[in-house]
Design a protein around this ligand. Structure first.
Ligand code: GLU
Length: 452
C-alpha cells in the first residue's frame, strides 16, 4: 500500500518548529517509502485564521525544502463535510441539539457516542486504550456549515485516503474521538504514529518565552535551512549509528519511523548552532565566501574604513571570520563587536600593552619592533603571505625570545592583547600599513616616560 500522509497545520500562527518537525517526519517517511505527502491547511477556525499565517507556513516549508505533492484547504471542502454530517444525522448517529449559552439559544450537532472502549496501535507508543464514556455526546459541528476539528479531520483524512497519521503527541487524546467518527462514517482506520513533543531545557513545552519558536525567526537569525532540517530530524529521532550531520537526501535514505523515541525531545540551541556550523563548513567554499564577504562589505566598519578597497579587505579577513561563526548573523555581531576594528582603522591603545608580561625593557621593545620593521621593509609587497612573514622573522624571534618579539609586534598591529597572530595580521594589513603601525608603536614606547 502506498503511504499517503499529511501535515494539517491551522493557520493561526507562524510556522512553529513543532509543526515543521512533524511535517518533516511525514515528508521523510513519504519519500523513503515512495508515498505521497499532502499539505492540508485546516482553516475552519474563522476567528483565529489569517491568510498571512498560511503564507508564512507555506513559505517556511519551501525554505526548508519540504515539498508537498498535494495541497488542500479545509475551508474549500465544506460541501463534503456537510454531506457526511447530513448522512450521520439521517442515520441517527448524530443529532441537532439546542444549547443555551449565555442567554443565547444555539443549535449544535452532537455525535451519538456509543460509549465504547477504544484501543489502537500506535507505532511509537504501542497499544493505547481509552474509555470514551466521559466524552459524552461530543459536539462535531457548530452548524451544518461549521464542522469542528474532530469531524473535519476525519472526513478529510478519509476522502484523501490518508492511511498513516503522523502527528504530535498532543493529539493522542483526540484519537479515540476520531476513531469513533471514522467508524460512524465507515472510514478505514489509518495507522498512527504520535511523535514526542519538543520540550525546552526545563522540560516544559517549548513556547515563546523560551526564545525563537517560529521557523522564520530562525531564518532571520541566520540559520541555514539545511541545518534546521538536520536538527529538526534529530528531535525525537536518531539513526542506528552515531552520525549526526545529514543532508535532506541522506535523511530520506536513513529515516525510519520505527526509530522515533517515546520521550520528549529537548530543544538545545547550542546543538543547533553546532549543526549549523557543520553545515556552513560543508557549503561550497565559494558560496560561503560570497555570503560572508557581502556581510562584511555591508557593515558600518567596512564603509567607514580608513584605507584600501572594501572588497579586497573583506576577502582577506573572510577566513578569520568564517572559522569563528556558527550562523550568519554572527558576522554582523562580530563586525559590530569592535573585535576586528583594527582591520578597518588604526588601533587605539596604551603603550603598556606592548610590553610582554610587563617585564620588558623599553629599549628591548624598541629594538625588536625596529628589527621586525626593517626585516619586513626588505621584502617585496607581493610576497607578504603569513607563512613568509613568519619565515622572515622566526629565527630572530627564536634567538631573542618568541614572546619578547612577537607580542609587541602583534600588539603594534592590533592594539589588543588578544588577536590573530602577527603573521596573519601583517598579511592582511599589507606591507605599508604594517610598517606604519610598527613605527607608531615605537613612537608610543618612546613617548612613555619614567621607564628606561
Ligand atoms: N489542525 C490540527 C493541528 O494543527 C491537525 C492535527 C492533526 O494532525 O490531526 O494541530
Amino acid at each position: 500500500m502506498t503511504p499517503r500522509v499529511r501535515i494539517a497545520p491551522s493557520p493561526t500562527g507562524n510556522l512553529h518548529i513543532g509543526t515543521a518537525r512533524t511535517a518533516l517526519f511525514n515528508f521523510l517517511f513519504a519519500r523513503k517509502e515512495g508515498g505521497v505527502f499532502i499539505v492540508r491547511i485546516e482553516d475552519t477556525d474563522k476567528e483565529r485564521n489569517k491568510p498571512e499565517y498560511e503564507k508564512n507556513i507555506i513559505d517556511g516549508f519551501n525554505w526548508l525544502g519540504i515539498k508537498y505533492d498535494e495541497f488542500y484547504r479545509q475551508s474549500e471542502r465544506i460541501d463534503s463535510h456537510k454531506k457526511w454530517l447530513k448522512k450521520l444525522i439521517d442515520e441517527n448517529k448524530a443529532y441537532l441539539s439546542k444549547e443555551e449559552e449565555g442567554g443565547n439559544r444555539d443549535e449544535v450537532i452532537r455525535f451519538r457516542n456509543p460509549n465504547r472502549d477504544i484501543s489502537f496501535e500506535d507505532t511509537v507508543r504501542g497499544q493505547v486504550s481509552f474509555n470514551t464514556e466521559e466524552l459524552g455526546d461530543f459536539v462535531i459541528a457548530r452548524s451544518m456549515d461549521e464542522p469542528l476539528y474532530h469531524f473535519a479531520v476525519v472526513v478529510d483524512d478519509f476522502e484523501m485516503n490518508i492511511n498513516h497519521v503522523i502527528r504530535g503527541e498532543d493529539h493522542i487524546s483526540n484519537t479515540p474521538r476520531q476513531i469513533l467518527i471514522q467508524e460512524a462514517i465507515g472510514a478505514p482506520r489509518p495507522k498512527y504514529s504520535h511523535i514526542p513533543l519538543i520540550l525546552a531545557k526545563d522540560r516544559s513545552k517549548m513556547s515563546k518565552r523560551h526564545g525563537a519558536v517560529s521557523i522564520n525567526e530562525f531564518k532571520d537569525r541566520g540559520f541555514l535551512p539545511e541545518a534546521m532540517v538536520n536538527y529538526l530530524a534529530l528531535l525525537g529521532w536518531h539513526p542506528d549509528d552515531d552520525r549526526e550531520i545529514f543532508s535532506m537526501k541522506e535523511l530520506v535514505e536513513v529515516f525510519d519511523l520505527s526509530r522515533i523515541q517515546k520521550g520528549g525531545a529537548i530543544f538545545d540551541e547550542n546543538k543547533l548552532l553546532w549543526v549549523n556550523k557543520e553545515h556552513i563548513k560543508r557549503m561550497p567554499e565559494e558560496e560561503r565566501k560570497k555570503i560572508i564577504i557581502e556581510k562584511i562589505i555591508q557593515s558600518e566598519k567596512s564603509k567607514d574604513r580608513e584605507w584600501g578597497s572594501g572588497e579586497d579587505l573583506a576577502g582577506k579577513i573572510e577566513p578569520l571570520i568564517s572559522e569563528r561563526i556558527s550562523k550568519w548573523s554572527e558576522v554582523d555581531e562580530l563586525m559590530a563587536s569592535g573585535d576586528l576594528d583594527y582591520f578597518f582603522e588604526k588601533p587605539v591603545y596604551g603603550a603598556s600593552v606592548l610590553n610582554y608580561k610587563g617585564e620588558q625593557e623599553k629599549s628591548d621593545i624598541i629594538r625588536h619592533l625596529n628589527t621586525v620593521g626593517a626585516i619586513l621593509q626588505e621584502q617585496d609587497e607581493k610576497e607578504l603571505s603569513a607563512e613568509k612573514v613568519k619565515g622572515f622573522i622566526w629565527s630572530y624571534a627564536e634567538k631573542e625570545g618568541r614572546g619578547a618579539v612577537l607580542w609587541p609586534f602583534r600588539v603594534a598591529l592590533s592594539g589588543k592583547d588578544k588577536s590573530p597572530d602577527p603573521f596573519v595580521l601583517a598579511q592582511i594589513l599589507g606591507k605599508k600599513e604594517t610598517s606604519e603601525r610598527i613605527k607608531e608603536a615605537v613612537r608610543k614606547i618612546d613617548a612613555e616616560t619614567g621607564r628606561k
